[in-house]
Design a binder for this molecule. Sequence first.
Ligand SMILES: Nc1ncnc2c1ncn2[C@@H]1O[C@H](COP(=O)(O)OP(=O)(O)OP(=O)(O)O)[C@@H](O)[C@H]1O
Length: 249
Amino acid sequence: MAYDNFVVQRDLTFDIKPQDIFIIMGGSGCGKSTLLKHFIGLKEPAAGRVLFRSDEAIGQDGSEYVDFWQTQDSKRQALMQRCGVLYQSGALWSSMTLAENIALPLGEFTDLSPSDIKHLASLKLALVGLSGFEDYYPSEISGGMRKRAGLARALALEPELLFLDEPSAGLDPISARMLDDLILQLRDNLGCTFVVVTHELASIFAIGNNSVFLDADSKTMLTTGNPNDLVSNCESETVRNFLTRGEGG
Ligand SMILES: Nc1ncnc2c1ncn2[C@@H]1O[C@H](COP(=O)(O)OP(=O)(O)OP(=O)(O)O)[C@@H](O)[C@H]1O
């Protein structure tokens, strides 16, 4: 991964499996957000591939994987429609109500009637515990509720994969915990796979069952695996220190 000649990370290899809650972790500036951009179509790798498994076996070589950045635009578009994204800020349109925010992707990418869209928007809000808030504007609800509304919008097109950038940033510990519970619920009830950039150790242990650790100094990954195992078993002291806030492990 590079910005022009500035290499951020190299030699990253890891698998994200269906229904994983996969955490991208590492210190500030190691390249977590940059890695996320490679998954959601915002940045092309300087070298290497991002492979998505596809049941339709539409890979160029007949394999079950599609090379995201090499495939045709139409197939890339189809892959992107399997993905939902929650940006750090929540990125809701402030001039639209919550229901209108969720209706937006539904209007753009489906042939549903306005009344079906309205109904679906309410259903998505109910999924994240925001029933009855359809007509509220983002400025009229709390930060935690805005994150949940952002998640409802990310869920609008029923994605298999959800990418979340620092979902609990700026939330108090209780709201952060509620968001973690919601992520676990959505994984269990809808079967979604999550890829989450987060610094929050409590979240990493509560929701993560798989992860990659990016290191800014060596500019490569130090490990991949379940953070709950890595905290005591990882060979890398840097990783153990990170997961124990330098308090041993
Ligand atoms: N658009 C850009 N152009 C040039 N360099 C960039 C750009 N975005 C990020 N970088 C650099 O790439 C490196 C990785 O940045 P990135 O935001 O991916 O890290 P991060 O791990 O998400 O950081 P943080 O935890 O602080 O949010 C940093 O050195 C950053 O300065």
